[in-house]
Design a protein around this ligand. Structure first.
Ligand code: M5T
Ligand code: MG
Length: 605
């Protein structure tokens, strides 16, 4: 089976509106016909049900009083069978259409959410908690699904039942019919009263649920830290506190529901008893036949009980509406424009990069980069050195447009960075992140991840060799098919880094960014990678962030960062010549340590 084609024909972003019911209506695009059919089929089923009460009436009033077998009795029996079968069949057809509609709508919503979330900006993801996004994509989507599968269809059903049965009742005895529905407006008013209260409480409940799932998610990804610091008790207490809050909010929510029931129950009870009583009196006074009375009793039940359900549904609908807002809040966020930009994208980047007085801030008025200016020619390498938190990662993440700079100008090949479509830049620029992430897939899939086409084994091996990863991968029994992460082996920090390096090498980018990419490997392996890098870097502009002088000394330009500013610049030679400069100090410190280590080793040998 394949998903219904309609789900791809409509963009849910078009259904964002302040009026939530309108939003729901728009969301149904492509399925309204099917949905209407679900309601109509339900109506047919209800009509068959009602008709059988009228047949009862005919049977009691017309057929029974005759002593002999009335000629219409076989017909009556047949009518009962047909009506019962009709009711069952149409009820099934309705359920089938309704389930297809609501599941399709949920399917589309989940697809849209997933796709949308991965296209949101880095800034949004920095701020939005993962647990919150997960709960909106699952629990809130489910509430919307229930809105379509249970609440909206239920309300349709009730309106139909109400109209058909009331119609029949009016035909039987109009004054009695009118008296029998006096409580209906009261129930509607009570439902609306509860609607607001339930929806407020539900919103609080959902917020707490998101908080709880964030706690859980964070705890799971940080399970090693928790264990290492033996903080299980602390974490449990924290979780229990949040969970207790969840309990209270859940309870408040259910309590509102619980309060609603007795109100409507009592009202409906009086309505039904009153109706029976009144009709019975009328029978005794000879104003009503017995058959009509029997039909009336059934019809009244079929009017009042659905009305009680109407109240419940209206109240439950509020949950769907709260969830609608929570989901639309995410969908409303603007995506990063990936493909717009006036720069030509039909050729590869050459790699001339220039920064002119660039400043950047994650949060307003808190600049992490100040007046950064430098220029490199295509094929040159730039090394960034500096204390932690000085802005090195931030600077390089401007190049693939992960973030947009606040002031100044960055150009690549003479064209302003903002004119390049992000997708193009990210295809052309390869970045090995400071804390690389690997998927729970095979090593091979991880390495081939960035290429976006079928790659041969030889290509994968070559990239892995360059990253000094080939040999260690072959030590695993399953080699390149070894699963990484939760479902497979846990790689060491250095192994992970090398797989990430191979992944970027294979992508063969025109601008290469290595953010502390060899920090977790030993000096010998680093040396191997450096050799491979020298070959790879040829002809492409490279940015290398590192803390070791050895790693940066061969760069064409070394930038020394401090607190978001470039405090020194030049080649290794030039910077060394600057006695008392930071670079020189770092160099002296690192060579002193090395000397000491060497002495130490010599003394041991
Ligand atoms: C520079 C802040 C960070 C620091 C400053 C990545 C990131 C950083 N920051 C944010 O506010 N949000 C972010 O998403 O920016 O940070 P950096 O650029 O990561 O520094 P670095 O790469 O030079 O440091 P290190 O430790 O990797 O050598 O104040 O709080
Ligand atoms: Mg960094």
């Amino acid at each position: 089976m394949t998903p219904p084609a309609q789900i791809y024909k409509y963009d849910l972003r078009d259904s964002i509106t302040k009026r939530r019911l309108v939003g729901f209506w728009r969301m149904m695009t492509g399925f309204r016909g099917l949905y209407a059919w679900a309601v109509v089929a339900l109506g047919v089923s209800a009509a068959a049900n009602t008709a059988s009460f009228l047949v009862v009436r005919y049977f009691v009033d017309e057929a029974l009083p005759n002593r002999e077998m009335h000629p219409s009795i076989p017909l009556i029996a047949l009518a009962f069978v047909v009506l019962a079968a009709g009711q069952g069949v149409f009820s099934y057809l309705s359920g089938r259409a309704a389930s297809k509609t609501s599941e399709s709508l949920a399917l589309r919503l989940r697809n849209t959410m997933f796709d949308h979330i991965q296209r949101l900006s880095f800034t949004y993801h920095d701020k939005m908690q993962t647990g919150e996004l997960i709960s909106r994509s699952t629990s809130d989507v489910d509430a919307i699904r229930r809105f379509f599968s249970e609440q909206a269809i239920g309300i349709g059903r009730i309106i139909i039942l109400f109209s058909i049965n009331l119609g029949a009742l009016l035909a039987l005895h109009a004054p009695l019919a009118l008296i029998s529905v006096v409580v209906v407006p009261v129930i509607v008013v009570i439902s609306l009263f509860f609607f607001k209260r339930v929806s407020d409480r539900y919103e609080l409940l959902q917020e707490q649920e998101a908080k709880l799932s964030t706690t859980l998610q964070e705890n799971l990804s940080g399970v090693r830290v928790v264990k290492a610091f033996a903080r299980q008790d602390y974490e449990r207490n924290k979780f229990e506190k949040d969970n207790w809050e969840q309990y209270n909010r859940g309870r408040n929510f259910m309590l509102m529901h619980a309060l609603f029931w007795p109100f409507t129950d009592i009202i409906c009870f009086f309505q039904i008893i009153g109706g029976y009583f009144l009709a019975a009196t009328m029978v005794m006074n000879g104003e009503l036949t017995l058959g009509t009375y029997l039909a009336y009793v059934s019809l009244l039940g079929w009017i009042i009980n659905p009305m009680r359900n109407l109240g419940r549904l209206i109240v439950q609908m509020s949950t769907g509406m709260v969830s609608y807002n929570r989901v639309m809040d995410v969908i409303r966020q603007e995506q990063e424009a990936l493909t717009t930009g006036s720069a030509p994208t039909n050729r590869d980047l050459r790699g001339d990069v220039a920064f002119e007085d660039v400043s950047f801030e994650y949060e307003k008025d808190n600049p992490v980069l100040k007046d950064i200016s430098f220029a490199v020619k295509a094929g040159q390498s730039v090394a960034l050195l500096g204390s932690t938190g000085s802005g090195k990662t931030s600077m390089v993440s401007l190049l693939p447009r992960f973030y947009d700079y606040t002031y100044g100008k960055i150009t690549i090949d003479g064209i302003e960075l903002r004119d390049y479509p992000r997708h193009y830049l990210r295809k052309q620029i390869g970045i090995v992140e400071q804390e690389p992430f690997l998927f729970s897939r095979s090593i091979r899939e991880n390495i081939a991840y960035g290429v976006g086409r079928e790659v041969s084994d030889d290509e994968v091996y070559a990239a892995a060799r360059a990253a000094a990863a080939h040999d260690f991968i072959l030590t695993f029994p399953e080699g390149y098919n070894t699963l990484v992460g939760e479902r497979g082996v846990t790689l060491s920090g250095g192994q992970k880094q090398r797989v990430a390096l191979a992944r970027t090498f294979l992508k063969n980018p025109h601008i290469l960014i290595l953010d502390d990419a060899t920090s977790s490997v030993d000096s010998e392996t680093e040396d191997m990678i450096r050799q491979a890098l020298l070959r790879l870097m040829k002809g492409r502009t490279t940015f290398i962030i590192a803390h070791r002088i050895q790693t940066v000394m061969h760069a064409d330009l070394i930038l020394v960062f401090d607190k978001g500013e470039i405090v020194q610049r030049g080649t290794h030679r030039e910077l060394l010549a600057h006695e008392g400069g930071i670079y020189r100090r770092i160099y002296d410190l690192q060579s002193r340590i090395e000397e000491e280590v060497e002495k130490e080793i010599a003394s041991v040998l």
